[in-house]
Write a protein that binds this ligand. Structure first.
Ligand code: ATM
Length: 236
């Protein structure tokens, strides 16, 4: 199964990096996405990275998915807390995530990249491939086509995948004591599918997706991410 057929096709023609060949907008910015299952420490790592880069004088903008725009935040609320959420079909869920992304890309991401900003996305299209495609089981060809339509060629230069054993992630989610939302309330097997889905995706796109062991101390993870970002940015 090839997860990013379109990217691979373009990559063959033009470059060894699918992200590079698909980022059709002309800009000097850098698009970095973070992925991983709940409890992997994404928020902490994004905060540490953004603080570091800002302190070094870099223009940085952090946005989350679903959300990041006024429309996207309303979609997020619908996805996570709608009263009728328990009857939401997988297909409707997929399209809502895609709708939030289509808005974010055009309203925020592209203008920021064109202004030379380093944009950090807390989740992006890989979340849809993994959660709706691989974990929910929707046909991957449809998920890819909808993803491609939503992002319209705007792909990350680098994606950091924070990989954590499902049991550890599971314990972290349930240790918070707060009420879990619709997505977080999925059974353990769902989160295992998410983890394996991400790892499969990373194997299919090693040039874009870097797997980082999230089971270590936050400072060690932060240092590795910093190195990855610096190396990859110099390549552009
Ligand atoms: P955060 O809690 O990381 O903001 O993510 C919200 C949830 O939405 C997360 N669920 N869990 N558990 C992952 C899920 N999600 C998708 O299922 N598909 C997507 O396309 C995106 C962006 C998020």
């Amino acid at each position: 199964m090839l997860l990013f057929d379109i990217a691979a096709r373009h990559a063959k023609k033009t470059s060894s990096n699918p992200a590079q060949s698909l980022n059709t907008a002309t800009h000097n910015g850098f698009l970095l996405s973070f992925e991983g299952s709940e409890g992997c420490g994404k928020s902490t790592q994004i905060r540490l990275l953004a603080e570091h880069l800002k302190a070094a004088g870099q223009a940085v903008e952090v946005m989350r998915e679903p959300g990041g725009t006024a429309i996207g935040e309303e979609v997020r609320h619908l996805l996570q807390h709608a009263k009728a959420g328990h009857v939401m079909t997988h297909e409707a869920e997929l399209l809502l995530f895609a709708a939030s992304r289509a808005q974010l890309v055009r309203e925020k991401v592209r203008p920021l990249l064109e202004a030379g900003v380093l944009v950090i996305l807390d989740r992006f299209l890989d979340s849809t491939t993994v959660y709706q495609g691989m974990a929910r089981g929707l046909p991957l060809a449809s998920v890819q086509a909808i993803n491609a339509f939503a992002v319209g060629g705007t792909l990350p230069h680098l994606t950091v995948l924070l990989d954590l054993e499902t049991d550890t992630a599971w314990q972290r989610i349930h240790a918070t004591g707060r009420e879990l939302d619709r997505m977080e309330s999925q059974p353990r097997e769902f989160f295992e599918k998410v983890r394996q889905g991400y790892l499969e995706l990373a194997r299919a796109e090693p040039g874009r997706i870097a797997v980082v062991d999230a089971g270590r101390a936050p400072e060690l993870i932060h240092a590795e991410i910093l190195k990855l970002v610096e190396t990859r940015r110099h390549a552009f």
